[in-house]
Ligand binder design. Sequence first.
Ligand SMILES: Nc1ncnc2c1ncn2[C@@H]1O[C@H](COP(=O)(O)OP(=O)(O)O)[C@@H](O)[C@H]1O
Ligand SMILES: [Mg+2]
Length: 282
Amino acid sequence: MADLIEIRHVTHAYATPKGPLPVLDDLSLSVPEGSFCAVVGPSGCGKSTLTRLIAGLMKPDRGEVWLHGERVKSPRATVGMAFQNPVLLEWRTILQNVVLPLEIVPTKLTQAQKEARARELLELVGLEGFEDKRPSELSGGMRQRASLCRAIVHRPEVLILDEPFGALDAFTREDLWQTMHALRAEEPFTSVLITHDLRESIFLADEVVVLSGRPATAQFRLPVPDTGPRTLDDLYTPQAAAMLNTLRHQIEIAQGRTPAAGTRKTLPDPAPTESATPEILP
Ligand SMILES: Nc1ncnc2c1ncn2[C@@H]1O[C@H](COP(=O)(O)OP(=O)(O)O)[C@@H](O)[C@H]1O
Ligand SMILES: [Mg+2]
């Protein structure tokens, strides 16, 4: 598989009143066409910055971003994005919200074809019957489903998901993970998912990349085998537990905390206290 996304030696710093804030340091990453890459790393390490660079919303100080063999220099319509907060427009119905990218990106589709495409996706994510509702009439999980449909309605080459499930409760989040698998089975896209949830990363991704602390570089890569967790039950197997342990260990390194020597931390023996010391009776 050819690499669809190629990030080559990217270094970036933000200008702040206190001077430059280095955020990314010689970060290289590639994502093969059709594959799903999850990026995890400490809070504030530069994950969202990375997504903005891939989408062409920003240019790196040094290094290059390539999409499908083309250098990214400006915002690209071939990128779909979804965020933690699904910014849906309240004055539009759910259907009209999902159709929106097709009204912006040049397309030969008629209005009826655009709506049919949006309806097809809404049905796929379980929102059939909610097409004419307003965003405020839907639950958080349903709004995020609609926002995913909007992100892929124009068949983007790349889908960037920046913690899209982060604000949802655990059960809704797991439902959405399964929806992502259903979408992926129907719609071929190459995806980069930013997440704090290690279970989410191994459930959805083909490869998990751990970023180091700021300024971030790609510290560790974990390929998730084809036999990796793809149903919720699979998340409770010894293989999944081993992957999660490895990732947790890498996150501890990224956070600069003393990593556990083994896969499991053991608590030190409690220091003897006065009350714990057996009293010698006369
Ligand atoms: N436009 C900006 N100007 C200055 N600093 C920024 C800007 N955007 C983000 N930062 C800072 O850069 C660092 C990385 O931000 P971000 O990429 O959002 O991290 P993450 O998504 O990993 O939490 C943070 O310390 C953040 O405060
Ligand atoms: Mg972020």
